[in-house]
Design a protein around this ligand. Structure first.
Ligand SMILES: Cc1ncc(COP(=O)(O)O)c(C=O)c1O
Length: 383
């Protein structure tokens, strides 16, 4: 059996090597390393594939969030709702702009923001919500849009982990995550479902005015050469990364299917272990593209199981061991209503509980039957 890895990027590359090498060499030979043809070509194909009017490439998924917030003309002290069980990037981008992240608990079944707790977290200063589509599944966008509309809030979807996931509205309309709110952000970090060979990101929108602004902000606020209309930043997707992504984009659907197949095998193999764990919940109104396959381990056995699996050659990860309000960067100023950098918008007990119980199994496009069987067997033996 091949050694098991959390992700296996080199085997994935090997399957498209000829095509990839050709695309990469073309860029190197062109000498157009910045803003080469592949950048716009990839952006056009991406917007087409996800169903957004505009896709604006940038340097990474964190910049995408920051630029998205910059485009909304928020004022220092304005509040932005973010889920507490989350990667740091959204709250970080908010806080860096001197806006205040307001942390809201998540639904422990879906790991996504608990819609029922958003309304109480809104104050007169609240201007935006960042739903994060965590681990591959959409946040419940229909009620989120309703709350946003009722309160005049912008919606910026952090879609770093769920590209290609499809959300269904109650009237049957379907949209891909990242194209539902005002702006959607993407990360092409190598381990993402669509990953490049370095850093990369993009912003999606259907709004022409916002699209122009996002593009300008990502390019030093420059509207025409050496005219800087806005304060911006330098956030470019390299031509090389764009060329790599252009090769991989047509495979995204098959990559999602490969992940779904692994998840189905895990679900089946682990379904009887209800005393030990809960397999991930898949909600009916979203497809799941399994950027992560995350279990909840019961009875405080998570750390022990993780140690045992490591000894058996099965790597696992804890996404995330600390909730955002427990991060030193956010809690050093205190967490009461006067805190200049963060506000607790709801009880966060579900988030804190998840940080103690979640465990992500190896999940990637290259896991084979033998490896999956082995992983399941080891967990069965532990029980
Ligand atoms: C939910 C989420 N948002 C944002 C990001 C940031 O993306 P990047 O690493 O490309 O800056 C990540 C990356 O891990 C993420 O998982």
């Amino acid at each position: 059996m091949k050694p098991i890895q959390m992700v296996d990027l080199t085997s994935q590359y090997a399957r498209i090597q000829a095509e990839m090498d050709k695309a990469v060499l073309e860029v190197i030979r062109s000498g157009k390393y910045i803003n080469g043809d592949a950048v716009q070509a990839f952006a056009a194909e991406l917007s087409q594939q996800v169903g957004a009017n505009y896709a604006i490439p940038c340097a990474n998924g964190t910049d995408a969030l920051q630029i998205a917030l910059m485009a909304l003309d928020l004022q220092p002290g304005d509040e932005v709702i973010v889920p507490a069980f989350n990667y740091v990037a959204s709250a970080e981008a908010v806080a860096l702009l001197k806006l205040k992240p307001v942390l809201v608990d998540v639904n422990p079944q879906t790991f996504n923001v608990d819609v029922d707790k958003i309304a109480d977290a809104i104050s007169p200063k609240t201007k935006a919500i960042i739903p994060v589509h965590l681990f591959g599944q959409s946040a419940d966008m229909e009620p989120i849009l309703k709350i946003a509309n009722e309160n005049g809030l912008f919606v910026v979807e952090d879609n770093a982990q769920s590209i290609g996931s499809i959300y269904s509205f109650s009237d049957g309309e379907q949209k891909q995550t990242g194209t539902i709110g005002d702006i959607g952000t993407l990360s092409f970090f190598p381990t993402k479902n669509l990953g490049c060979y370095g850093d990369g990101g993009a912003m999606l929108t259907n709004n022409e005015t916002l699209a122009k602004k996002l593009k300008i902000i990502a390019a030093h606020g420059q509207s025409k050469k050496y005219t800087h209309e806005l304060l911006g930043c330098n956030s470019r997707l390299d031509t090389l990364q764009a060329a790599i992504l252009k090769v991989k984009l047509p495979y995204l659907e098959s990559y999602s299917m490969a992940r779904q197949k692994v998840a189905a095998q895990y679900n089946e193999g682990l379904k009887t272990l209800t005393n030990l764990l809960e397999t991930p919940c898949h909600i009916p109104n979203s497809t799941h593209v399994y950027n992560q396959y995350t279990l909840k381990i019961k009875h405080n056995r998570r750390d022990d199981l993780q140690k045992y699996l490591k000894e058996k050659g099965v790597p696992t990860m804890v996404y995330y061991p600390l909730s955002l309000q427990q991060q030193p960067a956010f809690c050093h100023c205190g967490l009461d209503r006067q805190s200049p950098i963060i506000r607790i918008g709801s009880d966060l007990s579900e988030t804190e509980q998840l940080c103690q119980s979640v465990l992500s199994l190896p999940m990637h496009t290259e896991l084979d039957e033998e490896q999956i069987r082995y992983i399941i067997e080891q967990i069965m033996k532990y029980e």
